[in-house]
Write a protein that binds this ligand. Structure first.
Ligand code: NAD
Ligand code: DAU
Length: 350
């Protein structure tokens, strides 16, 4: 019987991972450790919060004493580490927050795991969730493989790269059993509307301008969040200790083409005249240090663990839009208060 600590479980991807583990593994106890920052929201887990094998602990991963208490209290056997500051634009505004949480927070968690599991590392796993952004930017061709050299450009990706290095260093130096995965852009239900897809959905609903950075030809590789959760489940159970797995959607889109597709699907779903929403598209100043293209080679996880995306982009996007349209209260709640001042600063401060 495992007692799995999932950090950042109240966030976007974390909530899907928590839901999957709680429902699929009733014999395991899932302890969700989350500081509930602006991005953490227990509403994301309202449907499973009463399950017997689910426990929430409000913990800041920078606080080693508190983490140690949680390890003792729940006899933590394994960690799946997702807690992070995750938004590139915010990292440009406040880089140190990213160093504190993503670097110092990760090392604090590693330190506690090292002490609590000492002498018995073979029975425990520290699984670190990372991003394709650590690899930097691609030109028109090529894919990121597990061997691609790290070359981060934003404070966010630099902090994630540092955290990845620390996780591997704890494996090499102390023998902690670790595994790391680096995933491409996720989308789906509960996505916080500071990120491209949910921000555009929210603005289309509210007839607000759709801010496209630079020339709009920046390219991302999109993966439905539930497929990421499936990959995490597989890697947690079958991944090779010390290894890295790239996860991606084989699904590249230029931002402007993606926004046009969203406009088209939303006009249809909202019963608007075709072509209405695309009139809202507004080109705005570019993100500094903006990576031109990301694309993942996910062949290793496909060949070794049999994973592949289970839904097409059109299906996933349509499900996502439907979810946002039928969860207006969730959207209104997360876009009230502090969201408005962030939005104002980010988009009206040219
Ligand atoms: P998110 O911002 O939606 O959620 C982050 C969660 O971490 C929130 O619940 C927040 O409260 C919590 N958190 C932040 N600081 C904390 C702290 N100091 N202590 C404890 N909890 C804290 O992020 P997300 O998009 O769900 O990303 C989750 C993880 O996956 C991150 O590590 C991110 O780097 C990685 N990732 C994200 C994507 C993506 O497309 N969103 C892709 C690849 C990898
Ligand atoms: O690649 C994985 C990463 O994907 C994760 O590690 C990050 O946590 C996650 O936030 C995401 O980073 P991106 O910077 O790629 O995602 P974002 O949604 O912020 O932006 C996607 C693209 O859209 C990017 O090229 C910037 C552009 N963009 C974004 C916003 C918010 C716009 O053109 N306008 C916008 O308003």
């Amino acid at each position: 019987m495992k007692n799995i600590l999932i950090t950042g479980g109240a966030g976007f991807i974390g909530s899907h991972v928590v839901r999957r583990f709680v429902t699929k593994y009733p014999d395991c106890t899932i302890i969700n450790a989350d500081a509930l920052t602006y991005a953490g929201n227990l509403e994301n887990l309202a449907d499973i919060e009463h399950e017997k094998n689910y426990i929430f602990e409000k913990v800041d991963i920078k606080n080693q004493d508190h983490l140690a208490e949680v390890f003792d209290k729940h006899n933590i056997t394994d960690v799946i580490h997702l807690a992070a500051e995750s938004h590139v634009d915010r990292s440009i505004l406040s880089p140190l927050d990213f160093v504190y949480t993503n670097v110092i927070g990760t090392v604090s968690l590693l330190e506690v795991a090292k002490k609590k599991w000492a002498g018995n590392y073979k029975d425990h796993l520290f699984y670190h969730i990372s991003t394709d952004e650590v690899y930097g930017a691609l030109g028109d061709t090529g894919l990121f493989t597990e061997e691609t050299r790290y070359d981060p450009h934003s404070p966010y990706s630099a902090s994630k790269a540092a955290s990845d290095h620390f996780v591997r260093a704890y494996h090499d130096t102390y023998g902690i059993e670790v595994v790391v995965s680096n995933c491409s852009n996720n989308y789906g239900p509960y996505h916080f509307p500071e990120k491209l897809i949910p921000l555009m959905i929210n603005n289309i609903i509210n007839n607000k301008p759709l801010p496209v950075y630079g020339d709009g030809k920046y390219t991302r590789d999109w993966l439905y969040v539930k497929d990421h959760a499936i990959a995490i489940d597989l890697i947690f159970h079958e991944g090779k200790i010390g290894d890295t797995y790239n996860i991606g959607g084989f699904n590249e889109w230029k931002n402007i083409d993606l926004v046009l597709l969203l406009c088209q699907q939303m006009d249809q779903k909202l019963g608007r005249e075709p072509g209405t929403s695309k009139e809202l598209i507004t080109y705005v100043k570019d993100r500094p240090g903006h990576d031109r293209r990301y694309a993942i080679d996910a062949n290793k996880i496909n060949k070794e663990l049999g994973w592949a995306p289970s839904v097409t982009f059109e299906e996933g996007l349509s499900e996502t839009i439907d979810w946002f349209l039928s969860n207006k209260t969730w959207l209104d709640n997360v876009t009230s208060g502090a969201y408005a001042s962030y939005y104002d600063y980010q988009y009206n401060n040219e």
